[in-house]
Design a protein around this ligand. Structure first.
Ligand SMILES: [Mg+2]
Length: 299
């Protein structure tokens, strides 16, 4: 069944939403970059300028693009600088960095954690690692959860895991430890690693301080800019990305999002905001969106 999300070029609401937006919050993997993390390729991974040309058009129009991803701060800094952008949001909404140089301003979000929860010299990542939450998940779901090597290293806030979990059940297990944490599904990944489950695709998960999310990070960033929801759009490919719709004027899903059972299940629930879809997949979908955005802004 195809969920009723209109294409960009058929919705009467597209023009107004894109015309009003000066900032784009973009997911990376499965959205801006092709398979293998390549931006100089088409959706199938063959060498192509399709996305690069769209990025140049957006930059030329003076529009602001903010990568928002589960990747860590160092990974995002390099990509953001390389593409000519300035602000990025790392670790699933937990870290916002404004600037790519030595004077960059870094804001860590620990959600609902009270001030003073972290002892001197202890990062949110340390607190989550020492909480016993991961060990509790491992004990409750043997063979179904592991650290997502090597990407779980060099992190400051979130614990990055790979597994085959029922998210509600996993949350119940996490709720038995302190401090309060949420487990967030960052969508399917390609390899099972050492997992033994085969009854579902492996997914990447983030364990985050309770309340931390991509949507909250966007709300905080827009407030910092003195902008409102209608000044922004977002684009992504996962069930988690759909939650960004609550923080922006329009949430665009690249076409490959609709291959994901998690996305289809999420679309059966109430929409957090205006959803639109591209006709092309992955980074070709991103380029399709970018062309529509630049055109709407030029009207
Ligand atoms: Mg993605």
């Amino acid at each position: 069944m195809s969920p009723n999300v209109p294409y960009l070029d058929e919705s009467q609401r597209t023009q107004a939403a894109l015309r009003g937006a000066s900032v784009l919050y973009t997911d990376l993997d499965g959205t801006l970059v092709a398979r293998g993390g390549n931006v100089l390729a088409d959706a199938a991974g063959e060498p192509s300028l399709v996305t690069a040309e769209a990025i140049v058009a957006v930059n030329r129009a003076g529009l602001d693009v903010v990568p928002i991803s589960g990747r860590n701060r160092l990974q995002l800094r390099e990509l953001t600088q390389l593409l000519g952008w300035h602000t990025y949001i790392a670790e699933a909404g937990a870290i916002t960095v404004r600037g790519t140089g030595l004077t960059a301003e870094v804001a860590l979000d620990t959600g609902e954690w009270p001030d003073g929860l972290l002892a001197q010299g202890i990062t949110p990542f340390d607190a989550i690692t020492m909480s016993g939450g991961y060990e509790a998940l491992e004990a409750a779901f043997p063979g179904r959860i592991e650290q997502f090597a090597p990407w779980q290293l060099v992190r400051e806030v979130t614990l990055l895991l790979r597994g085959c979990l029922n998210l509600a059940e996993a949350q119940t297990v996490l709720d038995t430890v302190h401090p309060r944490m949420d487990i967030v599904d960052n969508g399917p990944v390609r390899s099972y690693g050492t997992l033994t489950c085969r009854d579902m695709d492996p997914h990447a998960y983030h364990v985050v301080p309770r309340g931390v999310s991509k949507a909250r990070a966007i709300e905080l960033d827009l407030a910092h800019r003195g902008l409102s929801r209608k000044d922004a759009v977002a684009i992504g490919d996962s069930a988690t990305d759909i939650e960004m719709a609550s923080a922006v004027g329009a949430m665009v899903l690249v076409d490959n999002a609709f291959d994901s059972p998690g996305v289809l299940a999420r679309l059966q629930q109430a929409s957090p905001g205006l959803l639109l879809r591209t006709r092309a997949k992955r980074n070709e979908g991103w380029a399709e969106f970018a062309r529509a955005w630049v055109a709407a802004r030029a009207l």
